[in-house]
Design a protein around this ligand. Structure first.
Ligand SMILES: *[C@@H]1O[C@H](CO)[C@@H](O)[C@H](O)[C@H]1NC(C)=O
Ligand SMILES: *[C@@H]1O[C@H](CO)[C@@H](O)[C@H](O)[C@H]1NC(C)=O
Ligand SMILES: *[C@@H]1O[C@H](CO)[C@@H](O)[C@H](O)[C@H]1NC(C)=O
Ligand SMILES: *[C@@H]1O[C@H](CO)[C@@H](O)[C@H](O)[C@H]1NC(C)=O
Length: 461
């Protein structure tokens, strides 16, 4: 890669990084926003290898505070951002829990040491309960929550005696240097990993061709014959912004919808309850030759979801994988509430990798303008290009809502128009990006023809 192999240089850079991490809190007098940069524990990856670790009690802002944003990226030992075509960031997830104060991490975590504090919903227990979580798009996705809103944490009145707010980080990364099929490895295709049993030794369904069950910790994706590449140390570097709690802040609730949620409603005559079944991943079947010829290869997946407790929308963003071309939340009558469209890179540098989703557009409706009623049913839609098969894709949608807005406004028509405009420009923009990606792919392919391996080969979606 670069000439950073001198141990003293690495040491020096590490030292500088360590010094800057905990003490980089910048106080902005204007908004009293604090900011800190933290590093995950180190993980080591070689060509084709996979890391999927859970780190408990990670460094995080402490006390009764309000989170304003969370950004993350993978860096190497010298602090340089690592591009997705070398280390693909499949996902990272940050989940909150109440941790026993006397648990220091010297023995295995017991159930009583760890009480998960879920988001507001809506998947089943143990699934998608995180506060934050994105994947390859993390460098280019806005997460800032506007004033006077934010995610309240560390409220002493809510934390059980003997516990404190703690945070768990899960990082799932795949080293695709020198692999035979970069997209196949990032989509966790079982044949490329030579995996037929899951992490716990259970045989996979024969029709399970790809997804997380095939790229668990320490699995290995097929590398091109003769490819040489060393193992290297990496970190997830995350930047958190927050403000101290004060009574003028309006706390948001976090909801995550999953387009694979196969929920059912039960009525045992006394209670009406909903059972969720979020599978998180799904597959995109390739379209027929006729559709391909007519340029009609889009797989649209839709579900309806009911929000028991609604609120005013403050922020919305979707999570999709390569091949994704947009996701949206609608009301039952078809009016759009929020659309989130992926941006694909068109270069090789970190943050602009061709063929990868490097950002998702976000929604910031004027607070008060988009209200979701208690018990309202919404439609979640996730579109993927189906010009080829995709395994292990996702269609998640995060929204932040508040019970009350700071200054109630009654704007009834404006937002809907604004969203349909946004949708149209979104499509045009996506088309421009896709054309860009294609032309770069072709250009790179031409350059490639006369050159030797192995630098960078763009991912073809
Ligand atoms: C794939 O796995 C099987 C059984 O686990 C093993 O016998 C075989 O050698 C593996 N193939 C490769 C290419 O690693
Ligand atoms: C639930 O079941 C009871 C008894 O069978 C019925 O009276 C009631 O209307 C049902 N509620 C709904 C919402 O279906
Ligand atoms: C998804 O695709 C369908 C069919 O092409 C289209 O009508 C819809 O607007 C798309 N939605 C998004 C969010 O891109
Ligand atoms: C990538 O896209 C940007 C913005 O659309 C454009 O300015 C730039 O020239 C493109 N780069 C390449 C290498 O095509």
């Amino acid at each position: 890669m670069r000439n950073c192999s001198q141990p003293w240089l690495i040491l020096l850079v590490n030292l500088l990084m360590a010094l800057s991490i905990q003490y980089s809190q910048a106080y902005s007098s204007q908004s009293k926003i604090k900011s800190a940069v933290f590093l995950s524990p180190k993980f080591v990856l070689g060509p084709g290898s996979v890391e999927n670790k859970f780190y408990y009690n990670i460094d995080f802002p402490r006390g009764h505070v309000v989170l304003k944003s969370f950004n993350a990226e993978v860096i190497d030992e010298t602090g340089n951002p690592v591009p997705l075509h070398e280390t693909y960031l499949h996902h990272w997830v940050v989940a909150r829990y109440y941790g026993r104060v006397d648990y220091t991490g010297n023995r295995d975590l017991r159930e009583s040491d760890y009480k998960p504090v879920r988001n507001a919903g809506i998947c089943q227990k143990g699934v998608l309960g995180q506060y934050f979580g994105l994947g390859s798009e993390t460098r280019g996705t806005e997460t800032y929550i506007p004033d006077p809103y934010g995610i309240e944490i560390g409220n002493p009145a809510e934390i059980p005696e003997g516990y404190e707010d703690r945070w768990m980080l899960n990082v799932h990364a795949i080293d695709t240097r020198g692999v035979e099929d970069k997209l196949g490895c990032t989509e966790c295709r079982c044949d490329l990993y030579n995996v037929t049993v899951d992490e716990y030794g259970r045989t996979l369904r024969p029709d399970y061709t790809g997804g997380l069950l095939c790229c668990y910790d320490h699995t290995q994706c097929r590398v091109r014959h003769g490819f040489e590449g060393g193992r290297r140390s990496l970190y997830l570097r995350y930047t958190v912004k927050w403000v101290d709690w004060d009574s003028s802040i309006v706390p948001v609730k976090i909801y995550i919808f999953d387009v694979t949620d196969n929920w059912k409603r039960f009525n045992d005559s006394t209670v009406l309850s909903t059972e969720h079944d979020c599978k998180v991943e799904y597959e995109v079947e390739p379209c027929s030759a006729t559709n391909l010829a007519n340029d009609e290869c889009i797989q649209t997946k839709r579900i309806s979801v009911t929000m028991t407790n609604g609120g005013y929308l403050i922020y919305g963003v979707a999570h999709q994988h390569s091949g994704g071309i947009g996701s949206a939340l609608y009301r039952e009558d078809g009016k759009a509430i929020c659309a989130s469209i992926p941006a694909y890179g068109n270069g090789t540098e970190a943050g602009n990798e061709a063929g990868y989703i490097v950002g998702m557009s976000t929604c910031y409706p004027p607070p008060g303008s988009v209200q979701i009623a208690d018990g309202e049913t919404l439609i979640l839609e996730s579109n993927y290009s189906s010009t080829r098969v995709h395994t292990g894709v996702m269609g998640l949608f995060y929204i932040l809502v508040v019970d009350q807005v700071a200054e109630p406004k009654r704007i009834l028509h404006l937002p809907v128009e604004m969203y349909s405009n946004m949708n149209r420009t979104g499509y045009v923009w996506t088309a421009v990006v896709l054309v860009g990606v294609l032309s770069v792919a072709v250009a790179v392919w031409y350059r490639r023809r006369n050159k030797h391996e192995d630098e960078y080969r763009p991912l073809i979606i």
